[in-house]
Design a protein around this ligand. Structure first.
Ligand code: FAD
Length: 620
């Protein structure tokens, strides 16, 4: 059994559910085929299981070290870097002209799902490719030749330098200054914190995109520009010049991602920090935001990928760990003990994890695929999917990081006391994933984005389109006898989501702004839960058809429970579809009802958290 990603489920989402084969009909991707993608995913699984997973705990134990003002990445990341870069694993969707493979974005995400759980490692070169994409889009020809090509090839890395001690969520409050030079370059002055991969020794140069304000420009986000600040200046012939004037002030000691250096950086202590403007002046936030959707989908992928590896480890453990008697032998001390997967409570935890992982995978892939649809199709369909993607990005980011974290916590629970110890990797999965709800815009900020901007974008058309998609799926499968029960539940949930959207609009009109603002996070989780139920129901519809076809072909009498069970033990494909049906049934029956409680709480319009005075939180 694979321990990182269920490849069969990946195949299901990509080809049986989303039908990404339609991309091969487009001009952009006509050279590719399903076989190429399957082969890539198989290779990704192999490399991840053989190279990435074995170095996971080692990287954590060694950690990134700060020695004499510079960072040393964990030793085991050095040879991993060689393997991953040679294999081209970071340049999947980079353009062919830039040395990439020009693959669809959805395939890049599916490949990355195999190793993104090792985010401490992944962020070094992954960040570099993200920064290269910025240059590809906004850089001059000179910047592309000088920096971008080497960043795409991972010969150099890159970062994203936004955060300052007093400017975290509120990026507009930043004070880092850029001073114009007669030759058109700039000098940077200021301090930044929490910069992932801010320094390390995996590559010879690091290019930092830095947000700063040009002297005299307005305060707030409108006055922010973005600059390229290389660690070593690059000479005209491509060789490395002087070390730029910034220093690494220290590396954070964190609860997770210990192998990645989270740096405090000081720019321009000697007045010589060279920087080049990227794009136009005062367009820094717009440029950054252009990358935001993809970055936030990546965070959703981190949540899903880590949840997946945690779930599969817990499942594997539950099959091996023998403890306690089976229900029927409870009173018999001499009966043989059973693997814990036989216990009802463990089965409940496993199915809770499975349904979450598979729903989140579908959500992240759907979002990623919407980007490919936008890029390769034209007209209303492309526009519709772009709108739905924009709407779903904050949910994908926040829901998948928060629920992914809870999956890792449940995985620890399945291991019992061993899960709490460092002999197994599950405690690290949880530690490493916690950051997902904090960086790339905290999950609180994501919910404000959803409620404050996305719900009403294009006069609510995207929200309506999304509801329309969900209703269409329900219509497709609601008359299937075995699905009609859960179809009703999903229909009620979609109706409730629509009502809550309208309710927030009414609150706004009636001046009750604090109801949607204060309940933005519960609403995001409600919408995430409904989206998951929809996706799992959609999967159940496909699974039901396919399982029925297998039963018919093999002459299985479905009224004979024993025959069905025996058949499923032997027939992996049938067992897969059978598992899909039960995953959906579980989620819709046991998890989806939580939305009623959330809706009730929101509609109570109780604003205790606003009405309580600050001093009332504690009397000390
Ligand atoms: C390991 C790690 C890696 C990181 N990597 C990078 C990186 O590579 N580059 C980079 O630039 N930054 C990076 N960051 C910084 C990260 O993006 C910030 O920590 C994050 O944006 C939150 O900012 P903050 O820590 O200042 O928290 P704050 O902004 O102080 O937020 C604290 C709390 O208040 C809430 N809050 C704040 N404002 C509001 C509001 N208006 N409404 C509602 N709630 C609000 C937040 O949601 C949060 O719960 C990293 C951080 C860590 C820990």
């Amino acid at each position: 059994m694979g321990l990182i990603v269920d490849r069969r489920d990946q195949h299901f989402v990509l080809f049986e559910m989303l039908g990404i084969q339609e991309l091969f009909q487009t001009e952009k991707y006509k050279e590719f085929s399903q076989e190429t993608f399957e082969m890539l995913l198989e290779m990704a699984q192999k490399i991840s299981e053989e190279e990435v997973l074995p170095r996971y705990m080692e990287g954590d134990r060694e950690g990134a070290k700060f020695v004499d003002g510079a960072v040393q990445a964990p030793r085991c990341f050095h040879d991993l870097q060689k393997i991953m870069v040679e294999g081209g694993w970071f340049t999947m969707s980079a353009p062919v002209e830039a040395g990439g493979q020009g693959l669809p974005y959805i395939i890049e995400k599916a490949v990355q799902e195999h190793y993104i759980f090792n985010m401490a490692y992944f962020m070094y070169s992954g960040g570099g490719v993200g920064a290269a994409q910025l240059i590809e889009k906004y850089g001059t020809e000179d910047q592309k030749n000088k920096y971008m090509l080497k960043m795409f090839s991972c010969e150099w890395c890159g970062t994203m330098v936004l955060t300052e001690p007093e400017a975290g969520s509120d990026v507009g409050a930043l004070t880092t200054k850029a001073v114009r030079q007669p030759d058109g370059s700039f000098r940077i002055y200021g301090s930044k914190i929490f910069i992932s991969g801010g320094d390390h020794d995996l590559v010879t140069n690091i290019i930092h995109p830095v947000l700063a304000r040009i002297e005299g420009d307005p305060s707030g986000t409108a006055g922010i520009s973005i600059f390229l600040v290389p660690k070593y200046l690059v000479n005209d012939d491509g060789s490395l010049g002087r070390r730029n004037d910034y220093s690494i002030m220290g590396v954070e000691h964190k609860m997770g991602l210990k192998g990645n250096a989270t740096c405090a950086m000081s720019f321009g202590d000697n007045g010589e920090c060279y920087a080049e403007l990227l794009g136009e002046e005062r367009q820094g936030m717009k440029i950054m935001f252009n990358m935001m959707n993809e970055e936030r989908i990546n965070m959703g992928l981190q949540g899903t990928g880590t949840a997946s590896v945690a779930y599969l480890h817990a499942l594997n453990y539950a099959k091996e760990r023998v403890q306690g008697k089976g229900l029927r032998d409870m009173g018999n001390p001499d009966a043989a003990s059973v693997p814990i997967i036989k216990h009802a409570d463990v089965r409940r935890m496993l199915l809770w994890m499975k349904s979450h992982v598979e729903g989140m995978r579908a959500l992240v892939y759907l979002c990623a695929y919407a980007i490919d649809r936008k890029n390769s199709f034209e007209g209303e369909e492309a526009e519709k999917w772009h709108g739905i993607m924009e709407l779903l990005v904050p949910i994908t980011k926040a829901f998948c990081t928060d629920m992914g974290f809870r999956v890792t916590e449940q995985a620890i629970q399945c291991y019992g006391g061993y899960g709490f110890c460092q002999d197994y990797p599950v405690e690290q999965f949880m530690r490493d994933l916690k950051i997902g709800s904090i960086y790339e815009g905290t999950n609180g900020i994501q919910s404000l984005d959803l409620v404050g901007r996305k719900l009403g974008q294009r006069k609510g058309k995207d929200f309506m389109n999304f509801l329309g998609e969900m209703n269409a799926t329900i219509t497709r499968y609601r008359d299937v006898p075995s699905l009609s029960g859960i179809a009703k539940e999903v229909q009620n949930a979609v109706n409730l989501l629509g009502e809550m959207g309208m309710y927030f609009v009414r609150c706004g009109k009636e001046g009750k702004f604090m109801v949607p603002i204060g309940n933005a996070y519960p609403f995001l989780m409600l919408m995430g839960t409904v989206s998951m139920a929809w996706l799992l129901f959609w999967q159940a519809g496909i699974a039901d058809e396919k399982l029925g076809a297998i039963y018919r072909e093999k002459g299985i009498d479905t009224s004979d429970g024993k025959q069905v069970r025996n058949f499923l033990k032997e027939h992996r494909e049938a067992a897969f579809y059978h598992g899909k049906l039960f995953g959906a049934e579980y989620y819709i029956s046991h998890v989806l009802p939580e939305i009623d409680a959330r809706a009730k709480a929101i509609r109570s319009e109780n604003l205790a958290f606003m009405n309580i005075v600050d001093e009332g939180f504690a009397s000390v």
